[in-house]
Design a protein around this ligand. Sequence first.
Ligand code: NOJ
Length: 762
Amino acid sequence: MRPAITALRPVLFPAMVLLLLQHPVFAQQKMNQFITGLMAKMTVQEKIGQLNLVVGGEATTGSVVSTGVEEKIKQGKVGGIFSVSSPQRIRRIQELAVQQSRLKIPIIFGMDVIHGYRTIFPIPLGLAASWDMQRIEESARIAAQEATADGLNWTFSPMVDISRDPRWGRISEGSGEDPFLGSAIAAAMVRGYQGKDLSADNTLLACVKHFALYGAAEAGRDYHSVDMSRIRMFNEYFPPYKAAIDAGVGTVMSSFNDVEGIPASGNKWLLTDVLRKQWGFKGMVVSDYTSVNEMIDHGLGDLKAVSALSLKAGLDMDMVGEGFLTTLEASLKEGKITLAEIDRACRLVLEAKYKLGLFEDPFRYCNEARAQQEIFSAKHRGIARATAARSFVLLKNQGVLPLARKGKIALVGPLADAKENMVGTWSVSADVSKATSLLAGLKEVAGTGVEIGYAKGANVTEDSALEARTSVFGKPWQRDARHPDTLLAEAVKLAQSADVIVAALGELAEFTGESSSRTDLNLPNSQKKLIDALLATGKPVVMVLFTGRPLTIVEEDKKLPAILNVWFGGSEAGYAISDVLFGDVNPSGKLPATFPRNVGQIPIYHSYKSTGRPLVGDEFQKFRSNYLDVSNTPLYPFGYGLSYTRFDYSPVKLSKTRLKGAEKLVASVRVTNSGKYAGEEVVQLYLRDLVATNTRPLKELKGFQKLLLQPGETKEVRFEITTELLKFYDNKLRYDWEPGEFTVFIGTNSRDAAAANFTWLR
Ligand code: NOJ
């Protein structure tokens, strides 16, 4: 052996050294050395320049737009640019930075890649409804593949703000109401975007947002103040941000809103104490669009004051507002901030660029050939179609769906032939001309044996001013100028000649999203009238509901025999909806947010606590916690969604009913597909801590599994429960579990679940 090793020594030794150098500790050291060396050459103004993020112009979300960008790049006054794409344009800008600025520091290129890049997946709330972590991760992977092929290296996603208020337009951009589901999705998205190696040319640096609590804006009005107890923050609103951090997300975006008297972008407790000290976040924090400047309107002083406040709080990069660029040097001279604070921020920005491999090759993401081949490919579109079909939620079905491939279908409604509406809000890079409308998809998927007629029937709303307010982001919406009666009559005539009516109704894409809050969540009157006229024909009516939020569709639920909620399913949604309507795909989505009966019930969510006067049963009782005019229950509960088949659940089986310390409990059920279609079911696990030192929710989601069952097939579903799942933050913010009695629920949604009790002692 010895002589052989000796002979191999010249090969083995360098290989081992190379391996050692790749070890995280050495890699970190190498990065630190490089950045320290670079920073030693930087002037204070150049360091501050790195903290400046400018907008390129494809999509802006505020009134301020960056100016003089080229000159600023040459002067080293730009650290990053967002909303510019294409390898050619990015190459040209990068050349300015690495050839014409003094220190040749490359620029980082960001974009809001939220639910797909050019191949658009369902809006995030829809993706969440799939409860399918593999598909969600894959959607982010594909988005990263396409975005990096188009020159980008940083995405402002995932958006993980918990929201229990469907008035808030941005509920569409997140994963809904639940911290457990939201955390799983946050981690899946980060894995999908960032992959295993950030410096690979097809992975994107992710940015979890909006830290923190943005989804709890008062009254559902965008950008409004947030005020909640810390115990609620830590138990219910923080977990998805933390899950993204634990999954290794590279950057964090601070939110617009006020938290405990200090807007998030200047809130030291949030950005330093919680994020960095408690959770160990090591990356950079970027502000939201002009959120530093906006603290002037919040009443915290002038631009200089709020910029200094933000830097000191732990903010590293200033999006668009240029408060850092224009005031930090003076603040430093006046002793209001320290050089160490500027250095911290600058180092974190440079580290992000280093990890992306930009110092090694600033043009790493500028590959024209990839842009040609990898964007909106047939493969990606196929995956988006399959994923969209699995995000739809069947809300009601009295034997109408799936449709038979015969006879005549009347496709009616303002959203039936509306490809520009399919991709949903905040799909900045979509080419809406390439999306497929429901009409086009239905014709293709139906095949030759089915006749399909189409009529619009109504405008989305009678309120043309409301409609006009939603025409942003290059998605102008054309109202039909014909008289409402003419539209209606045309649809009724078509419906009378059909066997079944499919009514494509609901919201315009931009009824949700940023600055799109609403106080009326009913279907607009024009659509209600259309439904009544269609029902009057006596033909079965299926409502295909387009929505970016839970709507109050109590009347429609009463009147219509079938409702399929399709959110905004993305560029392939026209096909995906048709796949589900014809039963080629069995719907398996489950609601990630509760559907209220009326706006007065908001906030409404499944994991509420008991009052001291809980209502027993459904009937109104005086001096109990309920309403005079509406029941406490939602229209559709969290986790709800039907299938074309039926799933029967056995009672819950527990491996033990008394446990101690580090033991493990297995809770299981047997689920049988008793119908005639193969189908996927999301089996959900909820827990309740019956007696504790603090009040606890009546039910909290603590596990879920999505499984496929053939007709007649039974599968056992097992959930392993450890004390980790019993932990919570108490009102001293101690995180632990408490011994005692618990209830476990397993079922098909948060309302319909079988229970069993167990005791867990220390
Ligand atoms: C404002 C939005 O709040 C945020 O989500 C987005 O990433 C930025 N604008 C950049 O477009």
